[in-house]
Design a protein around this ligand. Structure first.
Ligand code: SF4
Length: 342
């Protein structure tokens, strides 16, 4: 186990369910993982596997009719003059609309999305919105907030920030809007940036620039990143640690090298086989796995991957859910092949 100085966020047995008229969607169904301070945790899986709901749970912004029904999410905040004192904050004990949770959402953890326009109001300039973020959380003059906004715009590579301060979101290119969204998310120097498929809609060149920018900003601010993606090429470039999700469950978690050089779970192996070439965009790269992701309202009994798994053990995999097995301190897999001596 990591010590609390190294751990920023600890998620234990998280369950977030959506209660629909048609039935219950177990969007996150017992996820356990940690995010290390200053490091990048990649969360990978096909759409609908619970990646985004996991992020929403950490921020306590799960949309209705979803809610966290079990588990603990703990944030370890560093304080004290020497920066060596750790205060655990149990996020799952805080009311979503409490002042404490709002403060965490505003300044300790921030989030960027695939579509930057969702982060901005169309009727105010980019600069005004960046400056306002500072003014909401700190008592600073208008001019000082303006300067901070311009500095951050410069840091994220927005050309001519003094002039673009007065630009409206629609006046910027897709890449510049993405940079502005990153600027907005970093204005308060968060400890964790959650990035939910932030480059999926971008062309390959702009994607590479944005990923490089995120790494640079991570280095200069020392923040951790939770990077959600369906793209193992992006994982290879960005992640230190990786969590692989399938139908709401973490099926494998380990460091990035083991993901690529020592993958265990058949789902991860299938994902890896489906990449034509790491680092090259291909919208179809996950299509090579046999079958479809099952309807989340009707998750198969036993291992949820069993209808698509080429190594399924009849009478075991289709009956019993595999336990989380730690092959090493930082390598967990949930698959009967490793528990049944297979
Ligand atoms: Fe395949 Fe069985 Fe492992 Fe599930 S538990 S991934 S079905 S071998």
């Amino acid at each position: 186990m990591m010590d609390n100085l190294e751990t920023l966020i600890d998620v234990r047995d998280l369950k977030t369910y959506f209660y629909l008229r048609e039935g219950t969607v177990r969007a996150v169904d017992g996820a356990t993982f940690s995010i290390r301070r200053g490091k990048t945790l990649g969360v990978v899986g096909e759409s609908g596997c619970g990646k985004s709901v996991t992020a929403q749970s950490i921020l306590q912004i799960v949309p209705r009719p979803g809610r966290i029904i079990q588990g603990e999410i703990t944030l370890y905040q560093i304080s004290g003059e020497s920066g060596q004192q750790v205060t655990p904050v149990r996020i799952t004990d805080l009311a979503p609309s409490s002042d404490r949770m709002r403060a965490i959402r505003g300044s300790t953890i921030s989030m960027i999305f695939q579509e930057p326009m969702t982060s901005f109001s169309p009727v105010h300039t980019i600069g005004e919105q960046l400056a306002e973020t500072i003014q909401i959380h700190h008592e600073v003059s208008k001019e000082s907030a303006r300067q901070s906004a311009i500095n951050m715009m410069r840091q994220v590579g927005i050309s001519n920030p003094e002039r673009n301060f007065d630009a409206y979101p629609h006046q910027l290119s897709g890449g510049m809007r993405q940079r502005s969204m990153i600027a907005m998310a970093l204005m308060l120097r968060p400890s964790l940036l959650i990035a939910d498929e932030p480059t999926t809609a971008l062309d390959v060149t702009t994607e590479a620039q944005i990923l490089r920018l995120m790494r640079q900003m991570q280095e200069s601010l020392g923040m951790a990143i939770l990077f959600i993606t369906h793209d193992l090429g992006v994982i290879a470039e960005m992640a230190d640690d990786v969590v692989v999700m399938y139908l709401g469950r973490v099926v494998e978690s380990t460091n990035v090298d083991s993901i690529f050089y020592d993958p265990k779970h058949p789902y991860l192996r299938a994902l890896l086989k489906s990449i034509p070439r790491v680092g090259v965009k291909s919208g179809k790269r996950l299509a090579a796995i046999e079958g479809m992701v099952p309807n989340p309202l009707n998750v198969p009994q036993g291992c949820p991957f069993h209808p698509r798994c080429t190594e399924m053990i009849d009478g075991l995999c289709n009956v019993t859910v595999p336990d989380n097995l730690y092959l090493a301190e930082d390598h967990m897999v949930a698959c009967h092949l490793y528990t049944s001596g297979g």
